[in-house]
Design a protein around this ligand. Structure first.
Ligand SMILES: NC(=O)c1ccc[n+]([C@@H]2O[C@H](COP(=O)([O-])OP(=O)(O)OC[C@H]3O[C@@H](n4cnc5c(N)ncnc54)[C@H](O)[C@@H]3O)[C@@H](O)[C@H]2O)c1
Length: 331
């Protein structure tokens, strides 16, 4: 029987998911990938140079979980100034694996925040020292609160240090952390955050390294979240050379992740990567084995992250009748 199509706008989705649920799903999705049981063709791109825009198409299929979806993200840098629109607009279409019907079209903003936070959480759980207590966040924009929420469920956080070029944003994340009952303070410099933390999240759109090698101490874990495109970089290449480096996916990371610039300069290559996170999640390789090692996780964002997070949001929406439903488009 034909199923209705659910439409979920951003306002229908905000706050619908529990980060603990998403963390569990994320670990499962990465394990599925490590076991070779996912289908995830490389991201495709459509370019609109006259409009300073690009569209990314990200398909993902997890047969064991019976979930498939395609995410479309446009990045149009003129949007805020010229059209009063966000730079990033994400839309996710959920496909029923059994019939191929589109079951849901949802705004992808909230899902992107939850899934990007959650993968940092999984990496922190698998790679950070168990006695880590201080979380540092560099870049407290949209991602900041999601990163905080995910990492606080993945290690014992006592203190949170936050910095951002815009101090109000750092203060806002500090307020959220205090609301969770954590000690938190805004820092004026990236150096203060890096030197003072055990686990660091970088979530800026920087195109030059802002974390210096000399600030990073033994035993630290770093989640590099912000670098998503060729030519961008948040941490100095020297850190990668003395760290245990884990990527979400070699192809994506070497082209667009934190390692892309060092790879293109010949300063870093695949032999410097210890593992892809899916291998560790699947138990094929151990996570942290040396308390003194610096670990770096380079995340570029995988379609499977969107698939499992969006399907969870869809299930919550079905249970609570969120958004609206329309007749199938194909009738
Ligand atoms: N890896 C992934 O899967 C993934 C997913 C989503 C977003 N991202 C990337 O993560 C980054 C952050 O995303 P967002 O949505 O939070 O962006 P955002 O623009 O909302 O926030 C970025 C913040 O970084 C701050 N910032 C910039 N340069 C800084 C510096 N030198 N020091 C301190 N703070 C600085 C800005 O003031 C801003 O508040 C972007 O580059 C985005 O493309 C990656």
């Amino acid at each position: 029987m034909a199923r209705k199509l659910r439409i979920l706008r951003a306002s229908d989705l905000d706050g619908t998911l529990d980060m603990k649920d998403v963390l569990a799903l994320m670990e499962q999705a990465f394990a599925e990938r490590g076991l070779g049981r996912t289908e995830m063709p490389a991201k495709s791109y459509l370019h609109f140079p006259t409009h300073q825009g690009v569209l990314l198409i990200m398909p993902g299929n997890l047969p064991q979980m019976d979930e498939a979806a395609v995410k479309l993200i446009s990045v149009h840098t003129r949007n805020p100034v010229e059209y009063n629109l966000p730079t990033l607009i994400a839309t996710i279409v959920l496909i029923s694996p059994d019939t191929g019907e589109p079951l849901c079209i949802m705004d992808g903003t909230y899902v992107t925040g939850m899934r990007t936070g959650a993968v940092s959480g999984v990496a922190t759980k698998l790679l950070a020292r168990k006695d880590s207590r201080v979380l540092g966040i560099v870049g407290a924009g949209f991602q900041g609160p999601f990163q905080l929420d995910a990492v606080r469920h993945s290690m014992i956080v006592e203190t949170v240090l936050v910095t951002d070029l815009i101090s109000e944003r750092a203060e806002k994340v500090v307020g959220t952390a205090r609301g969770y009952g954590l000690k938190a303070r805004a820092c004026e410099t990236v150096e203060e955050v890096v030197r003072g933390c055990d686990v660091l999240v970088t979530a800026t759109p920087s195109d030059r390294p802002i974390v210096r090698d000399e600030w990073v101490h033994d035993g630290m874990h770093i989640n590099c979240v912000g670098t998503y495109a060729k030519g961008k970089q948040e941490i100095e290449a020297g850190i990668l050379k003395r760290a245990v480096v884990v990527v979400d996916d070699w192809e994506q990371a070497s082209h667009a992740g934190e390692i892309n610039v060092p790879v293109s300069c010949g300063e870093f290559d695949r032999s410097g990567v210890y593992a892809e996170l899916p291998e560790i999640a699947a138990g094929l390789k151990p996570g942290r084995t040396n308390e003194n090692a610096i670990t770096v996780f380079d995340t570029t964002g995988l379609a499977i992250q969107d698939v499992v997070t969006a399907w969870k949001a869809f299930q919550v929406a079905e249970q609570n009748n969120l958004g609206s439903v329309i007749d199938p488009l194909y009738l």
